[in-house]
Design a protein. Sequence first.
Length: 349
Amino acid sequence: MPRLISKGGSSAMTTIMVTGSEPTVESVVSPVDVTTILNAISTEDSGQFANSSYSSDQRWSVPVTIAKGCVLGSIIVTAVFGNLLVMVSVMRHRKLRIITNYFVVSLALADMLVAMFAMTFNASVQMTGRWLFGYFMCDVWNSLDVYFSTSSILHLMCISVDRYWAIVKPLKYPIIMTKRLAAYMLLACWIMPAFISFMPIFMGWYTTAENSTYRQEHPELCEFKVNKVYAIFSSSISFWIPCTIMTLTYFAVFKEANRQEKQMHSRMGNVMLLSHRPSKDLNNLNGELNSAGSSKTLTLNEISTDHLHTPTKDKNIMKMKREHKAARTLGIIMGTFIICWLPFFLWCV
C-alpha cells in the first residue's frame, strides 16, 4: 500500500510517495512558488483593471484630441489665409503699393510661415503628446520657430520706425524712406534671425551638453532647453532691442499726432469763426495791418475764406488723418505684441 511521507522545511515541502520499498518523488511545492502564483494572479487581475482604466482614459482622450485638433486647425487656417489675403490685396490694388505696405506684406509673409512651419508641428505635439519626427526634424522645427518669430518681430520694429519718420518728420520722409532703404531694412529682417536660429541650433551652441545627450537618447522628445548665454543673446535680438525701439518711436508718434490734431482743430475753429462773422462787423474791422512800420496795408475784406479750404489743404488734412489712424492701429498691434511676448521672454531670461 502506498504511503505518503511529507518532509517540511523552511523553504519547501516535499511530498514522497512510497510504493513498496522504493520511494518516488511525486511533487515539490515551494511557498515561494505559491506566492509567485498568487502574485501573478493578482497582477493579472489588477492588469485587467488597469487596462479597463486605460481604456476609459483612452475613450475620454479621443474627444479631447478631436477638440484640440479643431481649435488648433482653425487657428492655423485663419492665420494662413488671413495673411495671404493681406498680401493679395496689396498686390492687386495699385493704390496700396506704398513703402509702408511693403513692410506690411513682408510681415504677413513671416506670420504666414510661422503658422505653416511652426504652429503645425506644435499642433502635432499637443495632439499626440510626443514628438513624432525624430532628432533632426526637432532641430529644424526649433530653428524655423525662432527664425520666423524673430523675423515677424523685426518687421514690427521697422514699421514703427517708418511711422515715426512719416508723422514726426513728414517733410523729410520722402527723402529718408526710399525704396532702396526699405529694401535694405526688409533684407535685414530676413537675414538677422538666421544668426540666432539655424546656426546656433544646428551647431549645438544653444543648449547644454547634458541636454544634447539626453535628446539623442530620447528622440521622442523635442524640448528647447537653452543655456544662459544663448537666452540673453537671442532674447535681446528677438525682443528686448526691438521692443525698446518700438516703445520710443510710438511714444514720439502719439505725442506728435496729438499735437497735430490739436493744431488742426484750432485752425478749423478759427476758420469757422471767421466764415460766420457778419459782414457788418468785418466792415467795421477794416483797417491797416502795419508790419514793422511798413506802409503796405491789408483790409480784412481782402481775406477770402474760400482760400482757407483749398483742395491741397483738404488733401493734406485727409492724409494726416489716415496717417494717425494707421499709427493708432499699429499701436494696438504693438501693445498686443508686448502683452503676448513679454511674459515668455521674462521667463526665458
